[in-house]
Design a protein around this ligand. Structure first.
Ligand SMILES: Cc1cc2nc3c(=O)[nH]c(=O)nc-3n(C[C@H](O)[C@H](O)[C@H](O)COP(=O)(O)OP(=O)(O)OC[C@H]3O[C@@H](n4cnc5c(N)ncnc54)[C@H](O)[C@@H]3O)c2cc1C
Length: 528
């Protein structure tokens, strides 16, 4: 076994990780580790687009205000202003790399999404993420200073304290090389966590399988604070079909006039006007809660999203992928309404960073959905997250260029004396299912203290069992992901129990009011 030496190790190959890699490459030797293939992650799945003020009739102030309103009093103003003001530059950077954004009359075509007061969503039809991810992957493949390690999964961060020292510093990572089935040591004075969100902690999610909160859990174990974990965004409109795993029906469908309808068995007709004056364009949490309410009230499995009043040409131009995916399942969106349900979509909380991606550990940075930068507050405004990935990746690159690297200590190799027991591994699968089911049932869109406590009790039992596995058995991706998911579930439940009010994405039946005096971010300190 060898140690790999780099100037910067980036864990994650989504928009956050690849932006940082490309911008660091001119001056640093960079390793990008990713636990599956390079394209596997939420960035590749993003549909709607990227929010940026690109139109003369719009202003930075409008975008800041819309973000603050969605964030329900918990956004950090500095972070919000920084992201909004750097958005046009981030878009121009993507254009310079060749991202094929949708254009109209020689200008970027801007669409509008829920919570935005203006048209400001830059997009590549309805597959923006794939267009961006593909372009960045091509650029990375042509960048000699970046070495890609696919199928390498972060196991844990290597900290000074783990080495017996007293510094709050990170020296690199241990990563499981799945193909060789060995744990490799990566030594670097700078490590960036860009591991994405944690949607897989819930049974129903729009997220890809990679979204198991690995970076959040590893950073917390290593000594970083995490915050705002109670704020999980549930996307109101995930395609409801037995063969459609995690397929999102973009916000832009409502932005372009799509209407939500009850099933015929429940009388049909629109219901959003009875829930909010902004109707279908209300923020996601309001729409998701309204759908949850109507589904429970009428005992139905889904509601419908109807865009069939638009012409087939319009739907072909704006939603070619959604139209094609629905058609594969026998749904013709030019004539039929689309069956939809809410599903866990975005992790607003995460590893606490400053405005330059620095965490509580020197030498450790975090970027993208894995972080809590203060931008999203209690609820993310649609299309602000891809933007956050890029703006904070650029800010982190600047910090790395100025933060002094330290001497590299000798790093011990991973202790690989643990055994493999395939019988026991079946239990890992059962635990995965159990966790995701009770998180959905007890820690979902509408919460109560009793249910949260019930979830906390189950989490304690699972943690004990998983710790035993982790100590005894050879590590596998499933085991590592389960260990991280349970950790993240614990952080979500702890945060939700600490918030004794309803705000943004956190709604408790026991505390339905918003506490205007006591508003604050819930910070969870790391274990001692
Ligand atoms: C269906 C869908 C649609 C969306 N639409 C939009 C949209 O229109 N606009 C918008 O702004 N946002 C959208 N979002 C949210 C947005 O896509 C994400 O917030 C954003 O892409 C996160 O980027 P990231 O780089 O932080 O993480 P990701 O793109 O998820 O990348 C994380 C990377 O880390 C890797 N990784 C994870 N754990 C490990 C580990 N232990 N070891 C090694 N590698 C690891 C993953 O494999 C992956 O490469 C959408 C999300 C989804 C799921």
């Amino acid at each position: 076994m060898t140690t790999q030496y780099f100037d910067v190790v980036i864990v994650g190959s989504g928009l956050a990780g690849l932006t940082a890699a490309l911008q660091l490459a001119p001056t640093h030797r960079v390793a990008v580790l990713t636990k599956r293939g390079m394209a596997d992650g939420a960035s590749n799945w993003a549909q709607g687009g990227i929010a940026a003020v690109m139109d003369g009739a719009d202003t930075f102030d409008n975008h800041v205000q819309d973000t603050l309103v969605a964030g329900a009093g918990l956004c950090d103003l500095d972070a919000t202003q920084m992201v909004v003001e750097n958005a046009p530059q981030a878009i121009r950077w993507l254009q310079s790399l060749g991202v094929p954004f949708s254009m109209e009359h020689g200008e970027l075509h801007l669409t509008r999404e829920g919570g935005h007061s203006h048209r400001r969503i830059v997009h590549a039809t309805d597959a923006t993420g794939a267009a961006v991810q593909t372009t960045l992957m091509d650029a990375v493949r042509n960048t000699p200073n970046v070495t890609l390690f696919e199928h390498h999964m972060l196991v844990d961060l290597i900290t000074d304290r783990k080495l017996g020292g007293t510094d709050n510093r990170c020296h690199g990572v241990y990563a499981l090389d799945e193909q060789a089935d060995v744990v490799v040591t990566f030594s670097a004075p700078h490590t960036i966590l860009a591991t994405g969100g944690a949607g897989k902690v819930y049974l129903y999610t729009t997220n890809p399988d990679t979204a198991t909160g690995d970076g959040i859990a590893a950073a917390w174990r290593a000594g970083c604070r995490v915050a705002n974990m109670e704020f999980i965004q549930f996307h109101p409109t995930c395609l409801y079909h037995p063969q459609a795993k995690s397929y999102l029906i973009s916000e832009a469908v409502r932005g372009e006039g799509g209407k939500l309808l009850l099933p015929q068995s429940a009388g049909g007709g629109r219901f959003m006007p009875q829930h909010d004056p902004r109707e279908e364009l209300a923020p996601r949490d309001v729409v998701a809660r309204a759908i949850d309410f109507e589904m429970k009230k009428h005992g139905v499995d889904c509601v419908y999203l109807d865009i069939s009043h638009k012409s087939p040409e319009f739907l072909d131009a704006h939603f070619p992928n959604i139209k094609a995916r629905c058609a594969e399942l026998g749904i013709d969106i030019t004539t039929d309404p689309i069956p939809v349900v809410p599903a866990a979509h975005y992790t607003c909380g995460g590893v606490v960073t400053d405005l330059h991606g620095r965490t509580d550990l020197a030498g450790l940075y975090a970027v993208g959905e894995t972080t809590c930068t203060g931008l999203h507050g209690a609820n993310r405004l649609a299309s602000n997250s891809l933007l956050e990935c890029m703006v904070f990746a650029s800010a982190t690159v600047k910090a790395i260029s100025t933060d002094a690297p330290t001497a590299r200590p000798a790093l011990p190799q991973w202790d690989d004396s643990r055994v493999t027991d395939s019988d026991e591994m079946v239990v890992v699968t059962h635990n995965w299912n159990e966790l995701r089911r009770f998180m959905w049932d007890y820690v979902g869109i509408v919460r109560t203290t009793k249910r949260l406590e019930r979830a906390a009790h189950r989490i304690t039992l699972l943690q004990r069992e998983i710790q035993e596995f982790y100590a005894q058995f050879h590590v596998t991706r499933d085991l590592l992901e389960l260990r991280n998911l349970v950790q993240v579930a614990d952080l979500i439940v702890m945060s939700a129990l600490m918030r004794r009010e309803s705000r943004g994405l956190h709604y408790s039946r026991d505390f339905p009011q918003t506490d205007e005096v006591g508003q604050a971010t819930v910070l969870i300190p790391p274990p001692r």
